[in-house]
Write a protein that binds this ligand. Sequence first.
Ligand SMILES: [Ca+2]
Ligand SMILES: [Ca+2]
Length: 228
Amino acid sequence: MKKYSILFSFILLLAVAAPASAINYVIGGAYGNDGYTSPYAGAIVETFNGGSSNLGWNVTGNFAIRDGSVESAAAPWWDNHGVEAVPGIPGARDQSHYLTVPLALTETRSAIVSFKGESYNYFGLWWGSMDSYNKLEFLDSDLETVLDTVLGSTFSIGNGAQDDPNTNKYVNFYGMPDFYGVRLTSTSFAFEADNLAVGKNVVPEPTTMLLLGLGLVGLAGAGRKFKQ
Ligand SMILES: [Ca+2]
Ligand SMILES: [Ca+2]
């Protein structure tokens, strides 16, 4: 039950149901793997904690596996259960390895993550300091044909703020066409992500859907209260 109560509070805080595009997505993760991770039990998660030489998947292109923030990449932020790692500043930075794109501002500013020939229709990521110029594309088996595209601006209203819950989120895409890879592109620094997750036929768990519903009901209730 404790797990559900933690999930409840987290999803309730971050619940944003705005299916503006054709892609189905749910914002909200579970706590785990050094921050936010996939809320779905069956998901396969890449933590990047083994470093670039010990990845479970293939990653190619203009990327780096970082540990901590550098000038060109900010470690993803999470609310850290409300704990202030630095007094007065709620939340904390990812203390583990994460993926950042690009490594350098060369001609091609993207990296492809593929899954050793496997295809999936669920993808999740802890997307740190979301920028409007971040782009995520889902790729077919040739790792070139784009099946679907999403932009950082779809989810972020803070545009890259590094310690802001509005720009550091766990995002789940589900009900996708089968994809064999994802391409992360960022025309400037940077597209930072950790705890990438894939799965097959993942649907929002009844508890998650219920909680999202509760969150919306709560918001509706709040709106009515203001009118009174
Ligand atoms: Ca990690
Ligand atoms: Ca960023």
